[in-house]
Design a protein around this ligand. Structure first.
Ligand code: AHG
Ligand code: MN
Ligand code: MN
Length: 340
């Protein structure tokens, strides 16, 4: 029988990668692992409670007491991270302002977590894959004080770890601490994440492009031209179009198979729709660790100096040569203003 490496074992084995962290980062990842299992349990029975209650004839239960799953995921993540006391603050897509812990040991926590607790939330009700995205930074302010805005507004280049959980046909946790990307699949029978995708690498070329083409008329000229390029019958094209509408799921597929995901600026969302801190930076970190690229159409996502918590940027992410090609089209046909 081949030896299975659990996520717990892997974290302990890799502790030496962080000579200054003394197990703190490991404890933090363990907290995320625990929260992921709890959210997974709820995601797997989405719809069930409502339906059973309805069938039993109970009134006033639907909608009222039922917490939305993204709010639930947010609370689970916050509670798990607070309990570990390694984190002094959390930035979440679900909270307008950052959360700075001001009590107990947490003010001594050295880390900040940014997260999109439930990504793809419009897909919850229709049984399509959704996810959780997280990233971890070292705080800038002094431990022992309450975290400040500067702790949260750090560029992706300063990340120490990032990852996502995908609640799909199976549940996976994929993460990187800056030394490659590893994927773990949850074995639901024993409730343990097992290393299933070691050292993940994204193919340099791919044949999938992922974009919401319904917005075509609102796209910058460079993106329109790139889409036409993808559709041409030449060399290895036309490429295949795949768009789930859950960033994590679209990203995960392209990471494994090779492809490019684009959410450009549109007339409705001139800065794009996706959030720099909670979505774009963590996935950009992962894709670079896997050998791919991420940009806003011109600039590397990880090099962008963030200005506000809920900042949005366009996102071009995936296989290196595909992202570069899309950037060439942007440079040729779209002004910088059109990109933002
Ligand atoms: P969230 O559910 O966290 O708000 O994110 C939704 C995002 C992302 O997951 C997805 O790729 C994108 O929105 C889809 O947007 P469109 O429906 O505009 O294509
Ligand atoms: Mn999201
Ligand atoms: Mn979300």
């Amino acid at each position: 029988m081949t030896k299975v490496t659990t996520l717990g074992e892997f974290i302990v084995e890799r502790q030496a990668d962080f000579p200054f962290a003394k197990g703190e980062l490991s404890r933090l990842l363990s907290a995320i692992r625990l929260a992921a299992k709890v959210v997974n349990r709820e995601v797997n029975k989405a719809g069930l409670v409502d339906d059973i209650m309805g069938a039993a004839g109970s009134e006033n239960i639907q909608g009222e007491d039922q917490q939305k799953l993204d709010v639930y995921a947010n609370i689970q993540m916050i509670n798990a991270l607070r309990a570990q006391q390694e984190v002094c603050g959390i930035g979440s897509e679900e909270n307008e302002d950052f959360i700075a812990f001001d009590q107990g040991q947490s003010i001594w926590g050295k880390y900040i977590v940014m997260m999109d607790p439930l990504d793809g939330s419009s897909n919850i009700d229709v049984n399509v894959s959704i996810g959780t995205i997280f990233s971890i930074y070292r705080r800038k302010s002094k431990p022992g004080s309450v975290a400040e805005l500067q702790d949260f507004l750090q560029p992706g280049d300063d990340l120490v770890a990032a990852g996502y959980i995908i609640y799909g046909s199976s549940t996976m946790l994929v993460f990187s601490t800056g030394k490659g990307v590893n994927g773990f699949t949850l074995d639901p029978s024993i409730g343990v994440f097992c290393l299933s995708h070691p050292e993940m690498c994204i193919p340099e070329d791919g044949n999938i492009y992922s974009i919401n083409e319904g917005n075509y008329k609102q796209f910058p000229e460079g993106v329109k031209k790139y889409i036409k390029y993808c559709q041409e019958e030449e060399d290895d094209r036309p490429y295949t179009s795949r768009y789930i509408g859950s960033l994590v799921a679209d990203f995960h597929r392209n990471l494994i198979k090779g492809g490019v995901y684009i959410y450009p600026s549109t007339g409705k969302n001139p800065k794009g729709k996706l959030r720099l801190m909670y979505e774009n930076i963590p996935l950009a970190f992962l894709v670079e660790q896997a050998g791919g690229c991420a940009s806003d159409g011109k600039n590397r996502i990880l090099g962008i100096e963030p200005e506000e918590l809920h900042q949005r940027t366009p996102l071009f992410i995936g296989s290196k040569n595909m992202v570069k090609k899309a950037e060439e089209f942007m440079a040729e046909y779209s002004s910088v203003e059109a990109n933002y």
